[in-house]
Write a protein that binds this ligand. Sequence first.
Ligand code: UDP
Length: 232
Amino acid sequence: MYKRVLLKLSGEVLSGEGGRGFDEASVDYLLEEILPVIRTGTQLAIVIGAGNIVRGRELRNLRNSRADELGMLGTVMNAVYLKEVLSGAGVKAVAVSSIVKLPSLDDHKYDRIEKSLESGEVVVFGGGTYLPFFTTDTAAAVRAIEIGSDVIIKGTKVDGVYDKDPKKNDDAAKIDRITFASAIENNIEVMDREAFSICQRYAVPVIVIDFFKKGNLLNAIMGEKIGTLVIP
Ligand code: UDP
């Protein structure tokens, strides 16, 4: 069982796949998956994306750095939103970002984050890495190392890593375990290579799970062999 977990979620978990904004049914599902994890005493941090608001690459009329600023702001909106819905469900949570100042955001301070995690508060990180040209996958890798997470769980729409694209190849086989080196070499796109490379350097394992299968998050944290484990 993992004690401290960094969960990476796409912004689309808040809107439903391909949706925009916030969708109540999707948020209810998210809470149903997270609450049992909190009850086990797992220390949980979340890095949230902004696919439900805007991804920088969608704004082709803007310079990349500016488009990414808007993407990062989207992740902050999601972090504040997620903190609020968790609080509303009785889960103590803080939203952390140093990219903007808001009354409901905590500054990114290691000691305070550590105290929050130790006292069982969920820490939601907004703002990605605070740098343009990166993604929240890379932010998940960086934050996981900062907080000393035992594992990164990447919640996706697929039940793990496949040797070929399962949508195009009937004979695609799921891989239970893969090293970071071969994930990078084989262009496994489930996480970006910057993220894999940081995780490899600091030996943080990643578990890729289908977040939309009920109970998967809890079961992965409890050590059940689901999804794909990516290891150094
Ligand atoms: N972003 C960024 N730097 C980061 C993380 C994110 O500039 O470190 C921007 C980037 O424009 C990205 C957007 O924020 O497209 C949303 O993040 P991401 O695409 O990872 O969201 P997800 O697909 O996970 O919802």
